[in-house]
Design a protein around this ligand. Structure first.
Ligand SMILES: Nc1nc2c(ncn2[C@@H]2O[C@H](COP(=O)(O)OP(=O)(O)OP(=O)(O)O)[C@@H](O)[C@H]2O)c(=O)[nH]1
Length: 265
């Protein structure tokens, strides 16, 4: 007999019902529970839905730092080389399993980089559980401007401070790095943030960022396989041509060979 149902009955029936009435009430209560959810355990889909939470994630940072690319890599596992400026806000929903019986729906709000100082920004930020502050590791100014993004969020979040996550994006462009890794870690440490280097282009760390941030927020300890995971990337080895300094341009198909798996970091 579920103890919860028993406590419920005894709390209001102690002095009012006879013991046989109490027993039939108890049976009605158990029957109602059985109709509401026949499993009486924690494993059916109805229980799982009840356990489910929606988390609002807001992605901020300068224009062209890669916010849309991160959102699309995470939600659709795709990447677009072309830059289409986000005007206002774009919205993505993705449901993930944090543990076998715990799902969360991530509502990802990709805010255009031009909105800093704009009239709508406070509405976009409102109710954020997690804020990703994104910069481009090849663009020092995009890192320096994070201070403004950070203080703007604090101004608008009205005492309900979200979990902040620092993302140094475009980590595939190491040779063009303009922001020292120590600066990255220092910024995060001083503001009590989670911190990652990522690449929306290769997919490096993208899934990990969202999973770990959601788990951190929910105080859920992820399985060891999740926390230890080194991002595994499928690499495309390109035969080096003298004129292929245009690193971002795809070479013609005959020169590209799909290869084995390699891991970064
Ligand atoms: N090499 C490389 N390029 C990237 C990466 N992420 C984004 N880009 C490119 O950077 C450009 C800008 O990316 P977006 O995702 O549109 O940037 P955004 O921050 O959403 O820009 P706004 O809409 O102006 O706020 C695009 O051309 C992307 O293809 C990355 O990880 N590596």
């Amino acid at each position: 007999m579920p103890t919860q149902a028993h406590h419920h009955i005894t709390s209001y029936s102690k002095d009012v019902f006879s013991s046989s009435e109490k027993m039939s009430l108890l049976m009605i209560e158990v029957d109602v529970k059985a109709i509401a959810c026949p499993c009486l355990f924690n494993r059916c889909s109805r229980h799982e839905e009840a356990n489910e939470k929606q988390i609002k994630i807001v992605i901020l940072g300068d224009g062209s730092s890669g916010k849309t690319s991160i959102s699309e890599r995470f939600s659709k596992d795709s990447f677009n080389r072309d830059y289409n400026q986000t005007l206002g806000i774009d919205y993505y929903l993705k449901r993930i399993n944090l543990t076998r019986s715990y799902n969360v729906t991530l509502a990802v709000n990709d805010v255009g980089g031009q909105t800093l100082g704009g009239a709508m920004l406070d509405k976009y930020i409102y109710g954020a559980d997690i804020v990703l502050l994104v910069y481009d590791i090849t663009n020092l100014q995009s890192f320096e401007n994070l201070e403004d993004w950070y203080s703007t969020v604090l101004k608008y979040c009205a005492g309900r401070k979200p979990l902040f996550v620092l993302v140094g994006n475009k980590n595939d462009l190491q040779h063009l790095r303009a922001v020292k890794t120590e600066k990255h870690h220092e910024f995060a440490k001083d503001r009590d943030m989670l911190a990652y280097f990522a690449s929306a282009k290769t997919g490096e760390s993208i899934e990990t960022i969202f999973r770990q941030a959601a788990a951190h927020l929910m105080h859920i300890v992820l399985p060891k396989t999740d926390t230890d995971a080194t991002p595994i990337l499928t690499a495309t080895i390109v035969r080096q041509e003298p004129q292929s300094a245009m690193f971002d341009k795809p070479l013609p198909t005959p020169n590209r060979t799909r290869t084995s798996i390699c891991s970064l970091q």
